[in-house]
Design a protein around this ligand. Structure first.
Ligand code: F6R
Length: 607
C-alpha cells in the first residue's frame, strides 16, 4: 500500500522516478507526486489520480534533477486529493518526505506542532514527519530522524530529501517494506523490487529501525543508535522481463497464463527423484516431529489457499488443522503453544494482519513457517523457515498465480509432514507427486477454453449478482471465485458450501441470479448434482465447471466449462482457473481496469 521510490545519481531523476512509480502503481493509485532538489531549491509536483496524470503535469513543467523522491498513494488519512498526495514538506519547504504506513499517534503530535506555530496543509498523518524533522534539525538529518522515530508510533517506510543536505536521500523502515538498490554512480530506494529492476538487481533489504543514508556513490546503513551496520547486498533472482506484460493486455491475464509454468518451476525446485526436498527451506524434520496441531494464518486469497491446505493437511498428516484470518486470529486469545505449527501464507510477505497474527503466535510460543513469494519480506524474516513460491513478481492487484503457487506448496508440505509423521508411505507420496506433475498440462487445457469463457462472460454481463457453490476441497474455490468476481467487476458475489444452500441462501435463487457450480468429478459429485437440480427447479441460471466427458451435465445445462478430469483432491489447482478467467472477462468486458480495481491496492501494509 503506497509505493515509494527515490533516486540519486548522474541520470535524469524525474523520468527514473516516474518509471518506478508506474511499476509500483499496483500498491496504490489514487494520487501521486514527486519531489526534487535542484540549485538549492525543493520543488514538489503532485496530483489526484493515476501516474499518467502526474506524467502529463511533469511534461508541461519540464523539470529536471539528479535527486528526487516519488510516491503513489492508497489513501488512509484524508481523501484522495492533490493536497493529501505525497511528498509532504515541512512548513519552511526545506524537507520533503514520502511515507508508506500509518503514524498512529499523529493527532497528538500534530496538536503539539500546531501549538508551536506549524501550519498544516493536508489531512494526512504523514505531514507531521517533515515538520518533526525540521523541529529537531541541527545540521544533521540522520540525528534529527533518530529523535523523530523515538516519538513516532505506527508503521512507516520513509524517503527524505532536504535542501540543507542535497547530496543524499535518507530512508528508514519500521514494519513497512523498503529496499535500497545499488547501481553504478547511482542508488535508489523503493518499496518493491519491480521499481528498480530496469537499472540494477543488487539490493539491500532494510531491517526495522535501520536508517539508510543513500548518496550517489555510497550507501551507509545505521542502526537505531547511529552505529554503522555491515550489510552485504543480495542479488534479485528475477529480471525485468518477468515484471512486464509481454504482449498480454493486462498483467492479470499474463499471470493467469503463467500458472502452468509456475507449478512446474515449484516441482522442479522441491521435488528430486520423486521425493520432496525442502533442504533450502530451513524446515527441519525434528521441528515437525514435535508438533501436535497446525494453524494456518492468512488473508484474502491466501486465506482461501489456507482453507484448501486444511483439507490436505488433515487428509495426509491426520493432525488437527485450523485456517484463520490474520485480522481475527490475533484478537481471539488463541489457545496455542510450542506444539503448534503456524503456517503463514502471503504473496507479499508484508500483509499487516498476517504479520500481526504471526507475532501473536510467536508470543505464545508457537513455531512459525511461511509460504511466501517475496524473498527478504518481513514475513520471511520473521519465520523460522519458509517455502518460497517461485511465482515471480505478481503485479496485478488480484492474486492468481500466487494462489495456485501457494496451493502447490501446501500439497508438497502436507505430503512432507505426513511422511515425517509416518502417516503415509513413500509410495503414496510418490503417487500424489505423479498426479501433481500432470496438473500444468491440465491447466493449459483449461486455458485453451479462454474464448469460450469470454463468451459466457459476455452473456452474463447483465446479471446483478452471482453465487458460487462448491463442496469439500472446492468449497474454498467457490470463495475464491466469488472474491475474484467482486473485487474486479464490483458485482456482488458470494461463495458458499453447496450443502449450506438449503439453510438460507436458496432463498436468493431466481432467474436474475447466476450460480456458478463447481461440479468436477469427485466423491461429492452426486451431492453437487442434486444441488444443481434444486437450483434449476427454482429457475436459477447455472454456469457449471464440470469434468470432460460428463454427459449428464451437458444434457442439463447450457453453459458448462469443461476441465480435464484429475484426481479430486488436486482439482482446486484446476477448477480455479476458469473462475479467474470468468471474473477477468466479466470485469474487462465492462471496461474496468482489471489490474487496478477501485479502492484496492496490493500488499496491504495497514491493519
Ligand atoms: C485478492 C487478493 C488479496 C490478497 C490479500 C493477502 O485477489 O489479492 O485478497 O490475497 O490481501 O495478500 P498477501 O498474499 O500479500 O498477504
Amino acid at each position: 500500500m503506497c509505493g515509494i521510490i527515490g533516486y540519486i545519481g548522474e541520470r535524469e531523476a524525474v523520468s527514473i522516478i516516474l518509471e518506478g512509480l508506474k511499476r509500483l502503481e499496483y500498491r496504490g493509485y489514487d494520487s501521486a507526486g514527486i519531489g526534487i532538489l535542484k540549485e538549492g531549491k525543493l520543488s514538489i509536483l503532485k496530483c489526484k489520480g493515476r501516474i499518467s496524470y502526474l506524467q502529463t503535469l511533469l511534461e508541461k513543467k519540464q523539470i529536471s534533477a539528479r535527486i528526487g523522491i516519488g510516491h503513489t498513494r492508497w489513501a488512509t488519512h484524508g481523501e484522495p486529493s492533490s493536497r493529501n498526495a505525497h511528498p509532504h514538506s515541512d512548513f519552511s519547504r526545506h524537507i520533503a518526505v514520502v511515507h508508506n504506513g500509518i503514524i498512529e499517534n499523529y493527532q497528538e503530535l500534530r496538536k503539539q506542532l500546531e501549538k508551536e506555530g506549524v501550519r498544516f496543509t493536508s489531512e494526512t498523518d504523514s505531514e507531521i514527519v517533515p515538520n518533526l524533522i525540521k523541529k529537531f534539525y541541527e545540521g544533521d538529518l540522520r540525528k534529527a530522524l533518530r529523535k523523530v522515530i523515538k516519538i513516532l508510533r505506527g508503521s512507516y517506510a520513509l524517503g527524505i530529501i532536504s535542501v540543507d543536505e542535497p547530496d543524499k536521500i535518507i530512508a528508514i523502515r519500521n514494519d513497512s517494506p523498503l529496499i535500497i538498490a545499488l547501481g553504478k554512480k547511482e542508488n535508489f530506494i523503493a518499496s518493491d523490487i519491480p521499481a528498480i529492476l530496469a537499472y540494477t538487481r543488487k539490493v539491500i533489504y532494510l531491517n526495522n529501525g535501520e536508517i539508510a543514508v543513500v548518496g550517489k556513490d555510497d550507501v551507509e546503513i545505521l542502526d537505531k543508535r547511529g552505529r554503522k551496520v555491515a550489510v552485504s547486498p543480495e542479488k534479485v533472482s528475477f529480471n525485468i522481463e518477468l515484471a512486464q506484460k509481454k504482449g498480454f493486455k493486462d498483467f492479470m491475464l499474463k499471470e493467469i497464463y503463467e500458472q502452468p509454468s509456475v507449478l512446474s518451476r515449484i516441482l522442479s525446485q522441491y521435488v528430486k527423484d520423486n521425493r520432496i526436498d525442502f533442504k533450502t527451506s530451513g524446515i527441519s524434520p525434528s521441528l515437525l516431529k514435535s508438533i501436535k496441531e497446525v494453524v494456518i494464518i492468512a488473508c484474502g486469497t491466501a486465506f482461501h489457499a489456507g482453507l484448501v491446505g486444511r483439507y490436505l493437511l488433515e487428509t495426509f498428516s491426520r493432525l488437527p488443522v485450523w485456517a484463520e484470518l490474520g485480522s481475527e486470529f490475533r484478537y481471539r486469545h488463541p489457545v496455542i503453544g510450542k506444539k503448534t505449527l503456524v503456517i503463514a501464507i502471503s504473496q507479499s510477505g508484508e500483509t499487516a494482519d498476517t504479520l500481526a497474527g504471526v507475532r501473536e503466535a510467536k508470543r505464545r510460543g508457537a513455531r512459525v513457517i511461511s509460504i511466501c513469494n517475496v524473498l527478504g519480506s518481513s514475513l520471511i524474516r520473521e519465520s523460522e523457515a519458509y517455502l518460497y513460491t517461485y511465482a515471480g513478481p505478481e503485479i496485478s492487484v488480484a492474486s492468481t498465480k500466487a494462489y495456485t503457487a501457494q496451493l502447490t506448496l501446501l500439497y508438497l508440505f502436507s505430503l512432507y509432514l505426513a511422511r515425517v509423521k509416518e502417516k503415509i508411505s513413500a509410495e503414496q507420496s510418490k503417487k500424489v507427486i505423479s498426479y501433481l506433475k500432470k496438473i500444468p498440462q491440465a491447466q493449459r487445457k483449461v486455458l485453451e477454453r479462454e474464448a469460450e469463457i469470454k463468451e459466457i462472460a459476455r452473456k452474463h454481463l447483465h446479471f446483478g449478482a452471482f453465487l458460487y457453490l462448491g463442496r469439500g476441497v472446492n468449497f474454498p474455490t467457490a470463495l475464491e471465485g466469488a472474491l475474484k468476481l467482486k473485487e474486479l467487476s464490483y458485482i456482488p458475489a458470494e461463495g458458499y458450501a453447496a450443502g449450506e444452500m438449503k439453510h438460507g441462501p436458496i432463498a436468493l435463487i431466481d432467474e436474475y441470479r447466476a450460480v456458478v457450480c463447481i461440479a468436477n468429478d469427485s466423491p461429492l459429485y452426486e451431492k453437487m448434482f442434486s444441488n444443481i437440480q434444486e437450483i434449476i427447479a427454482r429457475r436459477g441460471k447455472i454456469i457449471a465447471i464440470a469434468s470432460e466427458g460428463n454427459e449428464q451435465i451437458k444434457r442439463l445445462i447450457k453453459e458448462v466449462i469443461f476441465i480435464p478430469s484429475v484426481e479430486p483432491l488436486l482439482s482446486p489447482l484446476l477448477t480455479v482457473v476458469p473462475l479467474q478467467l470468468l471474473a477477468y472477462y466479466l470485469a474487462s468486458l465492462k471496461g474496468y481496469d482489471v489490474d487496478k480495481p477501485r479502492n484496492l491496492a496490493k500488499s496491504v501494509t495497514v491493519e
